[in-house]
Design a protein around this ligand. Structure first.
Ligand SMILES: [Zn+2]
Length: 563
């Protein structure tokens, strides 16, 4: 079936409550573990219906934000979210009291019950109203940023549309495009501050209502983090400062040489004088090259990518009315993932074809997992699949970048490493914000600048006033939308680099480890998945040091003049 043929409907809240209470009733009265298992499977099927329809509603809106019908469907699913959470919560409460926990654990592993415990700790009917307010504020941020209309050189752009100018080969164009971007942020700073201030205070209140000291512990539980906490994360960030920041500083010096500039400003984001490498070919040609690539990479990926094309499960090219960004979503009722992106002629188009396809491939590979909650792992594990796929496809990059392939690879590795301090900075900032929910927007900006001086000491904003005053974080949607979702990328990158190294030494072993990891989906915790894949845990002493050592050596071996 093609995407357009998938059945979609609105789930009715009242009917759902009735349905749920009947199953819960059967569950609580069950006099055998098997009867409880049967009830759980029924709930799981119902959960798949709900998740799939909600995902379709959200995706259709992203595909055309001007479609009133799609907008109404998305708003409907947004509005029923907290009621549906209450509906599932009523079941989880009973499940947590089950006398057959031992048998349920034997059936599905410890993680199932642990997930339920964590879910119970993140919800109470008392916070329903506040959750609705949180959704409204999140949507306010999306509406404001997605609706940006920015004048640049006589044309009107949105924030994503302005992106390619930020990496133009002409320095003046780059700087002016950043000026245009930051002028928009400056004009909207009060509203952006106001949305964030409300979100922080609201999340703090939600946490207090649930009995937490502040939002941090709750934020970790919302992310489903079962086996590490803020202390491990703080220690990991410290290792990034000690081990990665000096290497990034070295890259900074090298870049001056490559670009022939004495000093680099924030708008000198390009990697080569002539501009960054660009994919060669039309979007159709790129997809065809990707099809060939996945066919050659392995049988599993070949079958997967053919299906994605045949069933029209990708919407890749930028067009008017499309929401910005790239992501992978899924419809668990139909065992299918979907890739959404905005091709704009930059090397990012290829990264989408590898990164998001990594997510989608994992989702498809774990479709045989027995429970919906086992399809996707937690985010720091999910990003291993995507970021590692970016590396597994390296041998085919010449199909996309031709004579610029080495440049692409250099940019890819240098960029991936340089990302680590930025990711840690965003994470550190959020911990501070939720520890101090009552600070003023101005104090937040000052804290951002203080942290930047530790994690990103080379950043120089020149005379661009808005980021100079510490407001640049307002453009990072995760900070508004998904608190604490960011260190995930740095943990996953540390694992993906390990696959990159493994793949150089023994590619068939690396690939089989990867496929095993993908198939396991979310049936294990992050720590267990890392172990299953035969990787070192990023938190462990020596892991980051060893990984960065390899990457540094590779980068040192590249003579920029040869690129
Ligand atoms: Zn991703």
């Amino acid at each position: 079936m093609k995407y357009s043929e998938l059945h979609y409907e609105r789930i009715n809240v009242e009917e759902s409550k009735k349905k749920m209470s009947l199953i819960v009733d059967r569950f609580t009265k069950a006099d055998s573990a098997q009867d409880q298992i049967n009830a759980i499977i029924e709930i799981d099927e119902f959960g798949r219906d709900y998740a799939s329809y909600a995902a379709i509603a959200s995706l259709n809106f992203s595909r055309n934000i001007n479609d009133e019908n799609a907008k109404a469907e998305k708003e409907y699913y947004d509005s029923i979210g907290p009621d549906m959470a209450e509906c599932f919560n009523s079941f989880e409460i009973e499940l947590n009291k089950s006398v057959y926990k031992k048998e349920l654990s034997e059936k599905w592993g410890r993680k199932y019950l642990k997930d339920i415990e964590m879910s119970l700790e993140t919800f109470d009917p008392k916070i329903k109203k506040m959750l609705k307010e949180e959704t409204v504020l999140r949507n306010d941020y999306t509406k404001l940023t997605a609706g940006a209309k920015i004048e640049f050189d006589g044309e009107e752009y949105n924030l994503a549309g302005l992106g390619p100018f930020h990496s133009d080969f002409d320095r003046d164009t780059r700087k002016r495009s950043y000026e245009a971007r930051f002028n928009w942020f400056s004009d909207n700073a009060t509203e952006l501050d106001d949305i964030y201030d409300k979100l922080v205070k609201l999340r703090h209140e939600i946490a207090r209502t649930l009995g937490y000291e502040n939002f941090i512990e709750l934020g970790y539980k919302r992310m489903g983090r079962a086996d590490y906490g803020p202390d491990e994360v703080a220690n990991f960030r410290k290792q990034i400062v000690d081990r990665v920041v000096p290497v990034v500083q070295k890259l900074h010096e090298k870049k001056k040489e490559i670009l022939g500039l004495d000093h680099l400003y924030v708008y000198d984001g390009i990697n080569f004088k002539e501009g960054d490498p660009k994919p060669k070919g039309t979007p159709d040609e790129l997809v065809n090259a990707a099809r060939k690539m996945y066919g050659e990479l392995s049988d599993e990926t070949g079958e997967f990518f053919d299906m994605m094309i045949r069933e029209e499960l990708m919407d890749l090219v930028n067009r008017k009315g499309k929401s910005p960004g790239g992501f992978c979503t899924s419809f668990p009722k139909y065992d299918r993932p979907y890739i959404f992106s905005n091709f704009n002629g930059t090397d990012h188009d290829i990264t989408v074809l590898t990164h998001e396809a990594g997510h989608a491939f994992q989702c498809y590979s774990s479709r045989k997992q027995p429970l919906m909650g086992y399809i996707w792992p937690t985010m720091e594990a999910a990003e291993i699949h995507s970021m590692s796929m970016e590396f597994f496809t390296w041998p085919w990059m010449d199909q996309f970048f031709k004579e610029e392939t080495d440049r692409f690879k250099y940019k890819h590795i240098a960029g991936s490493l340089s990302f680590l301090p930025y990711g840690a900075c965003v994470d550190h900032f959020q911990h501070w914000v939720y520890e101090n929910p009552d600070v003023t927007p101005k104090e937040r900006n000052q804290k951002w600048l203080d942290l930047e001086s530790i994690y990103l000491p080379n950043r120089d904003y020149d005379d661009l006033q808005f980021p100079k005053n510490g407001g640049i974080w307002q453009g990072q949607l995760h900070i508004y939308q998904m608190p604490f979702y960011y260190i995930d990328y740095t943990l996953a990158q540390t694992c993906a680099f390990q696959f990159w190294i493994k793949n150089q030494n023994d590619s068939s072993k690396a690939w089989s480890d990867y496929v095993r990891l993908c198939k396991a989906g979310g049936s294990l915790t992050f720590t267990e998945l890392v172990e299953l894949a035969g990787l070192d845990l990023p938190f462990d002493d020596g892991c980051l040091d060893s990984v960065v050592g390899h990457v540094e050596k590779w980068l040192d071996g590249i003579d920029p003049k040869s690129l």
